[in-house]
Design a protein around this ligand. Structure first.
Ligand code: ARG
Length: 438
């Protein structure tokens, strides 16, 4: 047998590819087959994204010659194991971005690894570019779950830099190109929301065109009357909407509609990617933002002060970790244990008012509320003895009083010249420095 014939008959190695049905991952299938001589197993996950039929996408994968295509419904798991944690942590990267893509990547990665084990694959591949965060999340998650797997990132590796080259490669290898050519944006979406980037959005001064939004109406087109909605939480988990108990996926779906119809849930921001560059990102996260808003309001009522304050710091750290792809790290696990402990009593209801792009908490109640009317009211002095406040203030101010006396502060405050600011500083800045020094 000649050398080339024996090559053809030897079993090829397998690669599991995260497949979406789009142009990039379709070209990935061909590229992995042609350039890497691998058999491709496609994994197509349902995380609640918009699609026109998973079966159709599976057919497309099969038409590209994959040896297997696994369609995996991940929505329930996404809710139970990912969104529940994100809500508990009020997950918001840079105080603005509710992490939707960052949350789905570790979940998809876990299923890629499972498929690799099932099919005896040695490699796992994804369709992310080398400029974004998603490559970091996929690869870090995959390697954390099975360090023996090899990861391939075709889009990062291939020589098809520009879109036209990729389309030419697609056409040459019989990959249907269809509507992909006209798509001016890069979109990632799931049950938690949509991320829209690239195209005209790369100019941070350009207002996002109306056609990027699909889950929300423009606030100015929203109804002229507000919509009230009550969210019920049990142990930090949203369980009901307007009194109706619902599975989380359904609750999020319904709330996406209510919030979206009222023009609520749009984000337009400049974001610091983990790979070191700033990018302009637009998001639609109607239910996600509303749920975090409501959840925080219930925590205000039910968490003991020092727990609440400490948790605020850990929330930032949690969001950074997850943004940076550390979902399966021991630190993230430890944070989750803390978060879970805090959620035990986050049970109750929150009333939201949606109106023309806003979502305001207008009521909250809980059977385990720490709000005590007897303590808070100015009408009753029995529970809180105001005279106790005097000694409390004297003691807590003692250190500061001592410091002030030694500094001779009383004389200095009256003079207050602008001499602290260097002469070269513009007037408004000098004002700031002066104010800080006072
Ligand atoms: N910037 C966001 C993140 O890093 C969204 C990424 C979305 N991906 C995409 N292909 N559009 O989480």
């Amino acid at each position: 047998m000649s050398k080339s014939a024996s090559n053809q008959t030897a079993a090829k190695e397998k690669v599991v590819l995260a497949y979406s049905g789009g142009l990039d991952t379709s070209v990935c299938v061909k590229w992995l087959q042609e350039e890497k001589n691998l058999d491709v197993v496609a994994v197509l996950g349902n995380v609640g994204q918009e699609h026109d039929g998973l079966e159709k996408i599976k057919e497309k994968a099969c038409s590209l010659g994959v040896v297997a295509c696994e369609v995996v419904d991940m929505e329930e798991e996404f809710c139970q194991d990912y969104l529940t944690c994100a809500i508990a942590a009020n997950a918001m990267y840079e105080n603005k971005y509710p992490l939707l893509s960052a949350l789905s990547r570790p979940l998809i990665s876990a299923h890629l690894v499972a498929a690799a084990h099932k099919h005896g694959a040695t490699c796992v591949a994804h369709g992310c570019t080398g400029k974004g965060n998603d490559q970091v999340r996929f690869e870090t998650s995959i390697l954390a779950l099975d360090p023996s797997l090899k990861v391939i990132a075709p889009v990062r590796e291939w020589d098809l830099g520009m879109r036209p080259d990729e389309i030419a490669y697609a056409k040459k290898h019989g990959v249907p190109v269809g509507a992909s050519i006209e798509k001016p944006y890069s979109i990632d979406d799931n049950l938690w929301g949509r991320a829209i980037e690239a195209g005209v959005l790369e100019d941070p001064w350009a207002e996002p065109p109306a056609d990027i939004w699909t889950m929300t109406v423009a606030p100015e087109d929203a109804p002229d009357v507000p919509t009230y909605t009550v969210i019920g939480f049990e142990g930090g988990v949203p369980v009901s909407l307007d009194g109706e108990q619902l599975p989380m996926a359904e609750l999020i779906g319904k709330l996406n509609k209510i919030a979206g119809e009222n023009g609520y849930g749009r984000i337009d921001m400049i974001e610091n990617r983990y790979v070191g560059l700033k990018s302009r990102e637009c998001y639609e996260v109607p239910a996600g933002l509303a749920l975090i808003n409501a959840h925080k309001a219930l925590e205000d009522l039910t968490l003991e002060r020092s727990v609440l304050h400490y948790k605020l710091e850990l929330e930032q750290a949690w969001a950074d970790l997850v943004y940076n792809g550390q979902w399966f790290s021991p630190l993230k696990q430890a944070f989750d244990a803390f978060m879970a402990q805090t959620q035990q009593h986050v049970t109750g209801e929150v009333k939201l008012k949606f109106y023309k792009g806003s979502c305001v908490v207008v009521g909250r109640k809980s059977a385990v509320s720490l709000y005590d009317l007897n303590l808070a009211t100015y009408d009753n002095d029995e529970a809180f003895d105001q005279n106790d406040a005097k000694g409390f203030i004297n003691i807590q101010a003692l250190s500061l009083k001592t410091w002030a006396i030694k500094q001779g502060v009383a004389g200095k405050a009256a003079a207050a010249p602008a001499e602290h600011a260097p002469a070269s500083v513009p007037a408004p800045v000098a004002g700031l420095i002066h104010a800080a020094a006072r």
